[in-house]
Design a binder for this molecule. Structure first.
Ligand code: ZN
Length: 237
């Protein structure tokens, strides 16, 4: 586990500590990647033990849909943002190269777990999560009280994309423009997410300096193809 650095219980899982066999070894929390269903459920239970509550994991759609989760469920609706305003509810954002982002609003203690890949960044998933936290406030306030933690993801030196795709994303997120260590066009999604969270007014932004493709403690779809997924987990206090 990697601590997310937020003032509530929040962490990013790694490959360690689960029961899945190769190539999902060992703490794979995703059911859609070909791993044994019962094994994944055991891994999810283990993550829940670490969280202190059963975790509701999102099913990513690479869009801006938000789901409010007020009680734990094994079948969350497809959404890239899960938000809760209920004490004790734990949320999980699944990823393996994409960004798992965790948010906490000190004004309400509402929390969000967010999955942001390239399509989601471009579509505005971060803005959708931000708006959902503002919507959870009982009255309007502009006080900056939302903290964010950006988890392990593929870095700008590794995330190679076609030049046209880089240009398209960089038109909206200029700081996303990057170059791989082998000098081809790439995107730095983490840098773009950090910049957008700062623009929105985040009180504090933690960025976990771990590249999933370069660090084999994490799952990486780009590196391994058939593999598992880790998660960012946050618990409403
Ligand atoms: Zn990298």
């Amino acid at each position: 586990m990697i601590d997310a650095g937020l003032p509530v219980r929040a962490f990013f899982t790694t490959r360690d500590g689960g029961v899945s066999a190769t190539p999902y070894d060992s703490l794979n929390v995703a059911v859609h990647v070909g791993d044994d269903e019962a094994t994944v459920q055991e891994n999810r239970r283990l993550v829940g033990v670490a969280a202190g509550a059963p975790v509701t994991f999102l099913t990513a759609e690479h869009g801006i849909r938000v789901a409010r989760i007020e009680a734990p469920t094994a079948s969350a609706p497809g959404a890239d943002v899960l938000v809760t305003t209920t004490p004790g509810v734990a949320l999980g954002a699944i990823a393996a190269d994409c960004l798992p982002i965790l948010l906490h609003d000190a004004a309400t203690d509402a929390v969000a777990a967010v999955h942001v890949g390239r399509p989601g960044l471009f579509a505005g998933t971060i803005d959708a999560a931000w708006a959902a936290l503002l919507d959870a406030r009982p009255r309007r306030t502009r006080a900056p009280s939302i903290r964010a933690s950006i988890g392990p993801a593929i870095c700008g030196r590794c995330y190679e994309v076609p030049a046209e795709l880089r240009d398209q994303v960089a038109a909206r997120h200029p700081v996303a423009r990057s170059t791989t260590s082998w000098r081809t066009p790439s995107l730095d999604l983490g840098r773009a997410a950090e910049a957008r969270l700062a623009e929105l007014g985040a009180l504090d932004i933690v960025r976990i300096p771990v590249c999933t493709r370069e660090d084999d403690r994490l799952f990486s779809f780009r590196r391994d193809g058939v593999t598992g997924r880790h998660a960012g987990v946050i618990v409403h206090p």
